[in-house]
Design a protein around this ligand. Structure first.
Ligand code: DP6
Length: 355
């Protein structure tokens, strides 16, 4: 009976949105970044991947993974790197206590679901790899800390290392050649600045044209603006951003967020051939934020864009009406998907957002 037993664990991990962007790898194999980055995870938006992992010697080999019901390729170097490291940690436990079941030798069945429509075009690899690493660590009863697990999740997808924590999280680029110090650390928990809010303006639900991985490689290889960004601009902004968060200074938080998004997209435009992630609707969102801030006489809203046209707008709860209210009025309410605290709206120009 013992060897037919099925061992199982479940977990969820959240999507995170960077306010200082990771863009560029100094070591593509170990997924080591050229610069540190910083993100915010808002439970308010409640965008998560839920993952269940089970293992049993009765399962047939090899390992398997399904996402939203579709089988995924587990043989990719990234997934393999994560599974290898986790099995190695489990093996150490099994070697030190021979009574433990040999889970490290059993095939894994991993089942993942995103609680947001894949069609929303939101980056899900961050939540996906964070959930995958966390759930197997739980299944294997590893005592690793979130920072230790972030080193493993980083090898799945860079941004995933920041999703091992909630709240305000830095991914320190590290200096070691083996990547042992390229890990995520908490800057502050959500409770430190609970008034922070975000809304996502889904400009396009289509899959991005140039993947982050190939886009950033091209930028590193060709952009002359890039070294300035990686070596001087970002290190300074990391310090400004950490201080702004610790001081709960939205003015600086917002300014640095917007400037860093623009700096990242400038290096994309400076890539040869150029990469365009923002489109006309993205630029209209930038203008709207500018107008909201001008009308308020200070920065009360901050936009940021990842490797696609969708905008994330940060604001404080006290400005809900001025920021989210205005976007809702302009776009008009329509059926869509809802987060834990809000409803989705959709405009007739295919824009939709979740507040
Ligand atoms: C623009 O983490 O998706 O969202 O490490 O190649 O998987 P890989 O890249 P990924 O890149 C995310 C880039 C970004 C900025 C960010 O999240 O920091």
């Amino acid at each position: 009976m013992g060897d037919r037993q099925v061992f199982q664990a479940s977990t969820t991990a959240p999507v995170n949105i960077a306010v200082i962007k990771y863009w560029g790898k100094r070591d593509p194999k170990l997924n080591l970044p050229t610069n540190s980055s910083l993100s915010v995870t808002l439970s308010q938006l409640d965008l998560r991947t839920h993952t269940t992992a089970s293992c049993s010697s009765s399962f047939s080999s090899p390992d398997s993974l399904t996402l939203n019901g579709s089988p995924q390729d587990v043989s990719s170097a990234r997934t393999q790197a994560c599974l290898r490291e986790l099995r190695q940690l489990r093996r150490q436990l099994e070697d030190s206590d021979t009574k433990l079941p040999k889970l490290s030798e059993m095939p894994l069945r991993i089942v993942s679901e995103n609680n947001f429509p894949t069609a929303a075009g939101l980056a899900s690899s961050a939540a996906g790899f964070a959930a995958l690493v966390r759930v197997i660590a739980d299944l294997y009863q590893l005592s690793s800390t979130p920072t230790e697990l972030s080193r493993i999740a980083r090898q799945g997808s860079g941004s995933a290392c920041r999703s091992l924590f909630g709240g305000y999280v830095a991914w320190e680029k590290g200096t070691e050649a083996d990547g042992s110090d390229s890990v995520a650390v908490e800057v502050a928990p959500v409770s430190h600045w609970p008034e922070m809010r975000a809304l996502i303006l889904v400009v396009s639900a289509e899959k991005k044209g140039v993947s982050s991985t190939s886009g950033m490689q091209a930028t590193v290889a060709t952009s002359t603006l890039f070294p300035e960004r990686a070596e001087r601009t970002v290190p300074k902004r990391m310090e400004e951003m950490k201080k702004a968060i610790l001081d709960r200074d939205f003015d600086t938080f917002g300014k640095v967020t917007m400037r860093d998004s623009n700096s990242f997209h400038a290096t994309c435009l400076d890539t040869d051939p150029p990469i365009f992630y923002m489109n006309d609707i993205s630029r209209a969102a930038v203008r709207m934020v500018e107008e909201i801030n001008q009308a308020a006489g200070k920065v009360i809203a901050a936009y940021t864009f990842d490797a696609g046209p969708n905008a994330v707008i940060y604001y404080l709860a006290e400005n809900e009406h001025a920021v989210a209210g205005l976007f809702k009025n302009i776009l008009g309410s329509k059926d869509g998907w809802a987060g834990s605290r809000g409803s989705a709206v959709q405009s007739n120009s295919e824009a939709q957002f979740n507040a």
